[in-house]
Design a protein around this ligand. Structure first.
Ligand code: ZN
Length: 209
């Protein structure tokens, strides 16, 4: 059933991309472009917009831990450099970067690789970085049953890069819940842990530019 639905979507989208190429002034029949509508339609349905068809709960797998051990020995768990690839809803152009998450563990934690999958469900839709950050924070705060959570996303927006001069290319958004909203000392500690681990990325970014 699902494949029939996606194949009619695919066919419609392929036509739209073909029209799009014609409307911007090129010839969709020239040999180099002949397979482009097909390729673009598949890319959107299978990758860039794949988040619409997914439930983030499918990717959650919990590990039970003794919260007493965690809280006394290591109060915060910090997950850094989770890749974010999304499409800006204002221009349909990519923005990309990393999410960093800090939380106070409850009785259950989720595996490292699951963070990337869960975040991907929210990112693989048309998004605003601000809303993406809030949605991830709301979801993880609820699912991790944590007393406090912080989500930071740093992303580069290609719409700013190729359209304008002087617009900010990279943006950092921050969202906090629970104790990490109200406890300034804890928030500073979380930010320091994140900043220490993400420093190398900035170095690489600088070299690449
Ligand atoms: Zn944009």
């Amino acid at each position: 059933m699902r494949s029939a639905e996606s194949s009619s979507k695919y066919e419609d989208l392929r036509k739209v991309v073909k029209d799009f190429i014609r409307l911007i002034g090129d010839d969709p029949e020239r040999p180099e472009l002949r397979e482009t509508p097909e390729r673009v339609a598949r890319m959107w349905l299978e990758e860039l917009a794949s988040g619409y068809d997914q439930d983030p709960d499918e990717h959650l797998k919990y590990f039970h831990v003794s919260s007493a051990d965690y809280i006394s020995a290591n109060r915060l768990i910090v997950v850094v450099n989770v890749p974010i690839r999304s499409m800006c809803e204002h221009h349909l152009l990519p923005f990309y970067g990393y999410a960093h998450i800090a939380y106070i563990p409850g009785d259950e934690v989720i595996g490292l690789s699951k963070f990337a999958r869960v975040l991907n469900v929210f990112a693989r839709r048309l998004q605003l970085q601000e809303r993406l950050t809030e949605e991830i924070a709301d979801y993880l705060y609820k699912k991790l049953k944590t007393r406090g959570l912080l989500v930071m996303i740093e992303a580069t927006h290609t719409c700013a890069l190729i359209r304008g001069v002087g617009e900010p290319l990279s943006m950092i958004t921050l969202s906090t819940r629970g104790e990490l909203s109200v406890d300034e000392k804890l928030r500073t500690e979380a930010m320091e842990l994140i900043n220490n681990s993400r420093a190398s990325i900035h170095k690489e970014d600088t070299i690449r530019e």
